[in-house]
Design a protein around this ligand. Structure first.
Ligand SMILES: *Cc1c(COP(=O)(O)O)cnc(C)c1O
Length: 364
């Protein structure tokens, strides 16, 4: 491919130009005061984007999965009970990671394409009030479904923590960590935040920090220990923990700057508008949308292919003939559907128009 690909898959999205330019800034030492100031300012921008005043808000080295593992490893101890909402691939992964950490996992499930009923998660917690945490994926990237988080605020009155995956939601649709009573939240930089992959924004409420510090057993991962990471970035003096990448941090700092300059409500509105335009047009071409309308995400559309387009050859042609990347289907859409992301810099009218033109050409 001799031109920049148009990234319309489930991530990465095209980064904002400011984020790409920032990658070329001078490399800083991981304990350089200038680097630590960059991290502090990035954390402040993350607080704004997460809708939180949480003291422990950090850009963790690693992709979204590192954020997932950091939160679960720091909060769960072997034998703890975790209640996990599962209605797609990433809910399954949450359960799998919790199990590997030695937790007992109870799942609350919904069909792929449908949202999890928050009342069922609350009922599961009432039946097992000793549960350490309830975990749910806000935006299920495998299906394009939004799970409601606000009603889970009721967990604030219990001893159970609320953990939310906002990898695909943050920056694309409203996320309100404090208002919703979320105790642990992680995201990734390459979806709706408009930066390259490699950093996982994480935030923990004060009560989650207390629970982490009151553990009986050490956190099993050294690299993803959120207490050690907090000491690295915020200790005085800062303490070596790992050699974090300053170019990546600069890119994330710049991407968040661009997003906040646009304003979160304007960015949400842009994602909503282009998502709706795509979802209005796809059925006219014979695509069948997987997610129910009421809980459909604008930034990720999962759709069954029309007769006339085959999965692998269709994606190859989009890539080779038009420079467009879309994602393959998962679960019920494996081999039979695609996932189209309109996230960050890719959430533009011209992405929709370009993709629709290419699809019309494929359909002949
Ligand atoms: C992409 C994604 C992840 C994993 O993030 P990586 O950056 O690929 O490690 C986790 N959860 C959800 C909902 C995602 O969409």
């Amino acid at each position: 491919m001799h031109f920049e690909p148009l990234l319309l898959g489930p991530g990465p999205s095209n980064p904002y130009p400011e984020a790409v330019e920032a990658l070329a800034r001078p490399v800083l030492g991981h304990l350089d005061p200038e680097y630590l100031a960059l991290v502090a300012e990035t954390s402040e921008r993350l607080r704004a984007v997460f809708g939180t005043r949480n003291r422990l808000t950090l850009p963790v080295s690693g992709t979204g999965s590192a954020g997932m593992e950091a939160c679960l490893a720091s909060l769960l101890e072997p034998g703890d009970l975790a209640i996990v909402g599962v209605n797609g691939y990433f809910g399954q992964r949450l359960s799998e990671v919790a199990r590997r950490l030695g937790a007992e996992v109870r799942t609350v499930e919904a069909e792929w394409g449908r949202a999890i009923d928050p009342e069922q998660l609350l009922d599961a917690q009432r039946a097992a009030p000793q549960a350490r945490l309830v975990a749910v994926v806000h935006a299920e990237t495998s299906t394009g479904v939004r799970n409601d988080v606000a009603p889970l605020h009721a967990l604030a009155g219990t001893d159970t923590l609320l953990l939310v995956d906002t990898v695909t939601s943050l920056g694309g649709i409203p996320v309100e960590v404090d208002e919703w009573g979320v105790d642990a939240c992680y995201s990734a930089t390459q979806k709706c935040l408009g930066a390259p992959s490699g950093i996982a924004p994480v935030t923990l409420s004060d009560r989650a920090v207390e629970r982490m510090r009151a553990r009986q057993t050490p956190i099993s991962s050294f690299y993803l220990d959120l207490d050690l990471l907090d000491q690295y970035y915020r200790g005085s003096p800062a303490r070596y923990h790992h050699t974090a990448s300053s170019p990546l941090m600069s890119a994330v700092h710049a991407g968040l700057g661009r997003l906040l300059e646009e304003g979160l409500p304007a960015a949400w509105e842009r994602h909503a508008r282009v998502g709706e335009a795509l979802q209005h047009a796809l059925p006219e071409l014979g695509f069948e949308l997987l997610a129910e309308k009421a809980n459909r995400l604008p930034q990720l559309t999962a759709a069954r292919l029309p007769g006339g387009i085959d999965d692998a050859p269709g994606r190859r042609s989009l890539r080779e003939d038009f420079g467009i990347e879309v994602g393959g289907g998962l679960g019920p859409l494996a081999g039979a559907g695609w996932r189209v992301g309109l996230m960050g810099q890719s959430a533009r009218d011209r992405s929709v128009v370009t993709l629709l033109g290419a699809l019309r050409s494929l359909l002949g």
